[in-house]
Ligand binder design. Structure first.
Ligand code: HEC
Length: 320
């Protein structure tokens, strides 16, 4: 016995080595500055669409997606009326929407992007209590293209009101509120937002870059997957109709789906203000499933202020 122990003498050297390694990690790790990673367009789009922290906060104590910005798609300049082709996104913060992490702490966006956003973008002239509109602009630095956040209220004279009016209701998206719904509904128990560096790409699209996450809180990668990765889901399926049916009751489009129905995100009334009769809907649906009727009942059109609308806006606009 004693001989065998001696043969594998790991004791002192092994423990010493492990201790040494863990000390190196402890001392070395904090020297990485994650903020030195520069935000990509995707990272800026996320920080501007999502607004301030998604989770408990004073402006949204029940985590219902309150105090979030509205993302709009603009095809003309709200001030001059000139056409914008291709259309761009603008992010409208009303007086109740606190600024996002990226704008609040420009260093979160990386040294160059943060600097450009202050110097050219004038984001330091925005504050929580006044309405403000942001856009993402591109510029050339030493022959390379960089994106930064632009305070369009200061630089372009765009007021929040004019931008919303120019976009019209059909080009306004409640992306920040929709992401909150994703978090609070626990979609991440089943889905990930992170295709892996494996053959995954062929099905779910390319993995993200580090700079896609600057200032995003929480990130919601997900840790384990029981369902398809959603990072690029809207690139393979951009149908609002499919999403509507699938969220109301996944079995309408995937007969054996294990995904729960999220019909309660419709709230009490539909787009026309008519009360939604869920019991009647389910009774008709059961008739359809058991073969008594040929067609399933129609899915109610969701109301503009419903959580269903916000969730679908986020899925179709952010997950591309
Ligand atoms: C119990 C696990 C589970 C939960 C929770 C869940 N899903 Fe799913 N989801 C699935 C499965 C499984 C599929 C594959 C298609 C199907 O079976 O309906 C799917 C499919 C989808 C798709 C289409 C994916 C594709 O590749 O086309 C979307 C979008 C989606 N889910 C969004 C959500 C959202 C948003 C939530 C939260 C509100 C959610 N899911 C919650 C299991 C789940």
């Amino acid at each position: 016995m004693a001989g065998q122990f001696q043969k594998h003498k790991l004791g002192a050297a092994g423990i010493g080595g492990m201790l040494g390694l863990s000390m190196c990690i402890t001392l070395f790790f904090p020297s990485f500055d994650f903020r030195s990673g520069e935000s990509t367009w995707v990272g800026l789009d996320k920080t501007l669409s999502n607004g301030r922290v998604i989770g408990f906060s004073y402006e949204d104590p029940l985590v219902r997606g309150e105090g979030k910005p509205t993302t709009v798609v603009l095809n003309k300049d709200p001030k001059t009326g000139e056409a914008i082709d291709p259309p761009i996104r603008a992010y409208v913060y009303d007086a109740k929407a606190p600024l996002s992490a990226g704008v609040r702490h420009p260093s979160n966006m990386g040294p160059t992007v943060g600097k450009l956003s202050i110097e050219k973008g004038k984001i330091d002239q925005a504050n929580d209590s006044d309405p403000v509109v942001f856009t993402i602009e591109a510029t050339d630095v030493d022959g390379e293209e960089w994106h930064y956040v632009n305070n369009a209220t200061v630089n372009n004279g765009w007021t929040a009101e004019a931008v919303l009016n120019t976009a019209g209701a059909e080009s306004q998206y409640l992306i920040g509120r929709g992401k909150t719904v994703y978090i609070t509904e626990g979609c991440w128990w089943c889905h990930t937002l992170l295709p892996e560096h494996t053959q995954d790409w062929q099905v779910f699209g390319t993995p993200p870059f580090l700079g896609d996450f600057n200032g995003e809180m929480p990130t919601a990668f997900g840790s384990d997957r029981k369902a398809p990765d959603l990072l690029h889901v809207a690139a393979r399926n951009s149908s609002k109709e499919w999403m509507t049916m699938h969220f109301f009751n996944p079995r309408l489009v995937q007969p054996n789906s294990i995904m729960p129905r999220f019909d309660y995100l419709w709230g009490k009334t539909d787009a026309n203000g008519k009360a939604i009769d869920f019991s009647k809907w389910r009774a008709e649906y059961n008739d359809y499933v058991s073969g008594k009727t040929v067609h399933p009942p129609e899915v109610p059109e969701y109301a503009p202020e419903s959580e269903a609308r916000a969730l679908i806006d986020w899925v179709l606009m952010s997950l591309r």
